[in-house]
Design a protein around this ligand. Structure first.
Ligand code: SF4
Length: 442
């Protein structure tokens, strides 16, 4: 989607130039639709933050200063290297996450997009999302990100209560969050997502629902609800351990989640995934690809990817993890063109387990056609159709297996983790049977 009032973007020009070059070379590659193995989503990790949030155990660093030109050059190099190694010809979406990528300069974002467009097809309407923190995102800066090619924002709002924001160690106030949200909506209408957390220590259901109601008066067409996870090694974990704060109450969190999803549904949002809600079709294309187990490349310190390198044989896909620490990652990128620290081949069963667990996170679930793209011999009926336990889950109203495929009901989506405790062993049994049987699928 082109943004109103935004000048022609650098990467759009780069993409057109690349297309002309390929045509002049007679390759004509971009005229043919890319095969599934030649398409991927791209995640770009910006590892730096202003301050450590009290609950955060992500791969982030609080630097005294960032040599941005050097980081930019390494992101560009690594993106191009991974595109070459993977043989990906078409990038379906780009997501700048972190860390706090809104602290990066728009120039860095534009440089990565241009580099991608030089070596792969990046259609002009590709979804390009940037995670934005309210305090590092004044309107003028958001507009510059738009000019650089960003066309969707995901705002880490987290709460509309100043005391909660202080507890979380966020650098913004509720007022900052609403101001940023208004600016973002003005610049990226219909393309702004907000995150809201639930299940904080001492948080109560009524006031939290009040926050959600207030958010509904201000938000755009996408909302994500995340339950706080107390992670070992964080300041919040230590405070709870020492008794300075009460432990979050899981039953209250479940009640917030339940009432939250009802509230969002009444406001016209579709719960299209366990934590994600959209109206007017504003689903996140990028995240949808994760849930569909599409290939993705991860660029930047600690980024994860999943793709099949060109020429690899004997397994269906690799999990790939880049070096965590930014300075070491940069050294490796300068030496080798990429900072991949770990490559883990995924077996066929492992990949199927991911397809099942990720696909069931969505309201559509797994269609038969989708499943067959990963496993042609063993159908969903073969795996789950004769299982008594699966039958019981259907009778209890948590699961549906029919001509469309396998999916969670509204109630089932809220307890997916417990459903997987039944479904994954069933898949493993069916797989063993298939592997030991001379006739596939029996
Ligand atoms: S801004 Fe995000 S990545 Fe950075 S410390 Fe806070 S939660 Fe973690």
């Amino acid at each position: 989607m082109m943004l109103p009032g935004v000048r022609a973007r650098g990467w759009v020009a780069a993409a057109k130039a690349a297309l002309r070059r390929h045509r002049a070379d007679g390759e004509g590659e971009h005229r043919r639709p890319a095969a599934r193995g030649q398409r991927a989503a791209l995640y770009v990790h910006w590892p730096y933050c202003e301050k450590r949030c009290s609950y955060c155990n992500f791969n982030k660093y609080i630097p005294r200063g960032v040599e941005e030109a050097a980081v930019r050059s390494c992101l560009v190099t690594e993106a191009q290297t991974l595109l070459r190694i993977s043989g990906v010809r078409r990038v379906e979406s780009v997501f700048f996450g972190g860390g706090t990528p809104s602290l990066a300069s728009p120039r860095t974002v534009g440089a990565v997009l241009e580099a991608v467009a030089q070596v792969a097809h990046l259609p002009a309407d590709t979804e390009v999302t940037l995670e934005a923190n309210p305090t590092s995102s004044p309107g003028s800066r958001l507009a510059e990100f738009g000019t650089a090619g960003v066309n969707r924002l995901s705002i880490g709002l987290q709460s509309l209560d100043d005391a909660e924001l202080r507890l979380l160690g966020r650098t913004h106030s509720a007022c900052d969050a609403l101001r940023t949200l208004a600016e973002a909506r003005r610049l990226f209408p219909g393309r702004v997502s907000v995150d809201l957390m639930l299940g904080l220590p001492a948080q109560r259901v009524g006031p939290w629902l009040g926050q959600l109601q207030e958010l509904l008066r201000h938000c755009d067409d996408h909302v994500s609800l995340y339950q706080l996870t107390l992670e070992r090694g964080t300041a919040l974990f230590a405070q709870v351990q020492q008794g300075a704060l009460p432990a979050p109450d899981p039953e209250l969190a479940a009640e917030m989640y339940h009432k939250g999803r009802v509230t969002l549904q009444e406001a016209g949002f579709r719960q299209y995934e366990v934590s994600n809600f959209a109206r007017n079709g504003a689903l996140s294309t990028h995240n949808w690809q994760y849930w569909q187990c599409a290939q993705y490349l991860g660029v930047g310190p600690g980024a994860h990817g999943r793709f099949l390198p060109q020429g690899a044989r004997g397994h269906s896909r690799e999990a790939r993890i880049q070096t965590l620490e930014p300075d070491n990652w940069m050294k490796e990128v300068k030496l080798f063109g990429h900072g991949t620290r770990k490559r883990v081949p995924l077996g066929e069963l492992e990949l199927l387990e991911e397809v099942l667990a990720m696909g069931l996170r969505t309201d559509v679930g797994l269609t038969h056609q989708h499943w067959q793209q990963f496993e042609a011999q063993l159908s969903l009926w073969d795996v789950f159709g004769t299982s008594k336990e699966v039958q019981e889950l259907q009778e209890q109203g948590f699961l549906l297996l029919d001509h469309r495929g396998l999916r969670c009901s509204w109630d089932g989506l809220a307890v997916l983790d417990s459903l997987l405790l039944t479904l994954l062993p069933r898949l493993q049994e069916a797989w063993q049977l298939k592997c030991s049987s001379p006739v596939p699928g029996r």
